[in-house]
Design a protein around this ligand. Structure first.
Ligand SMILES: Nc1ncnc2c1ncn2[C@@H]1O[C@H](COP(=O)(O)OP(=O)(O)O)[C@@H](O)[C@H]1O
Ligand SMILES: [Mg+2]
Length: 329
């Protein structure tokens, strides 16, 4: 059976930077307002909140919000991921362990196999699942009553969810990239928690290069801190920060080596390039290119999607210090 975890996730981000309640969660005003109402109402009724789907690009705060919902409603959080639910039995095993008011967090919910997903429908709607027991002529179906739980789903690809699945969530929370002023707030908070002495200009610089993503902002902050420490600097200044980014090969837009490689593949090709070709050229999975790297490049207008593949824009050429004409020769 799929292991089920009821503790906070012991991942690379279990470092005290995750906001622990809704008030510590910076920005995303609309999402926070909606969740505040849902949490308070559920608490008032002494019930579990409705099922909630969190969608948005990697690193925007989906897992954090799911953990906050569980904590603020005082419920036990169980976590698993879509790909881990290979068979309906895996899911039934997890569901049958839940108690009234528990939250079940399923990360990458768009990657639940279709056959397993269908089992979730009655579980979400009527809190029951049909189990097939025994085999051959003895086989029969029994209805298993479940506790009244809350499903918290997270996805980077909301569009891949089937309509019947999506419609069974009572709330849809979409997270957007953060504007610089909110990233400044996040970096300031993280620096305080990590006890880093940092100048405002350095905080601003990190926020501007963070590609609208809190996870990236926190990662950059840690790397800049490391650099300052190695240089024997007591404070993170703007000068130190710029040098750290240079050493990290992060440019003014926040592009890193792999981002530039993607742009270079397109520059070399001249015409449209398919996703698979790009992924193969840089040695990453299609998924990673599409979900992790491409959204920012698209948003910045560095590349465009056409029916025949991805093409580099003039801005894209400029970002890697080339001009379209030079490539044609
Ligand atoms: N709104 C926010 N305020 C403060 N920190 C945040 C916020 N959103 C994300 N973070 C930070 O970014 C990290 C990544 O967030 P996470 O919830 O894991 O993103 P996702 O699950 O969407 O990939 C967290 O560990 C947290 O430190
Ligand atoms: Mg996550």
């Amino acid at each position: 059976m799929t292991p089920i975890r009821s503790e906070p996730q012991l991942d690379e981000e279990f470092d005290g930077l995750r906001p622990r309640n809704l008030d510590e969660f910076v920005g995303q005003r609309g999402a926070r307002d909606q969740l505040r109402v849902a949490i308070d109402a559920a608490r008032g009724r002494g019930e579990a909140p409705d099922h909630i789907l969190f969608s948005g690009l990697p690193g925007l705060g989906k897992t954090s919000l799911a953990q906050i919902v569980a904590r603020e409603t005082g419920s036990t959080l169980h976590s698993t991921t879509g790909p881990a639910l290979e068979r309906a039995r895996d899911l039934a095993g997890i569901l049958s362990q839940l108690r009234d008011g528990d939250c079940l967090f399923i990360d990458e919910v768009h990657r639940i196999p279709a056959a397993v997903e269908e089992y979730l429908y009655p579980a979400m709607e009527d809190y029951s699942v049909d189990l097939v027991i025994d085999q051959g002529t003895n086989s029969r179906t029994v209805k298993l009553r479940l506790a009244k739980f809350t499903l918290l789903g997270a996805t980077t690809r909301e569009g891949l969810l089937s309509a019947p699945f999506r419609s069974r969530f009572g709330m849809l929370i979409r997270l957007e990239p953060y504007p610089p002023e909110e990233l400044i707030e996040i970096v300031t908070r993280s620096a305080r928690l990590l006890q880093i002495q940092i100048d405002d200009a350095a905080t601003l610089e990190i926020s501007q290069r963070a590609r609208g993503t809190p996870r990236v902002a926190n990662r950059f902050l840690r790397r800049v801190r490391d650099y300052a420490q190695v240089q024997g600097a007591a404070r993170v200044t703007l000068d130190i920060t710029k040098k750290a980014f240079e050493a990290l090969r992060v440019d003014g837009l926040g592009l890193e080596q792999l981002d530039r490689e993607i742009l270079s593949v397109l520059a070399r090709q001249g015409g449209p390039v398919g996703l698979k070709t790009i992924a193969a050229a840089i040695g990453e999975a299609d998924d990673t290119v599409e979900n992790l790297y491409e959204p920012f490049l698209l948003r910045q207008g560095l590349l465009e999607r056409t029916p025949r593949g991805r093409v580099l824009t003039e801005l894209g050429f400029a970002a890697i210090g080339r001009t379209p004409r030079a490539e044609v020769q």
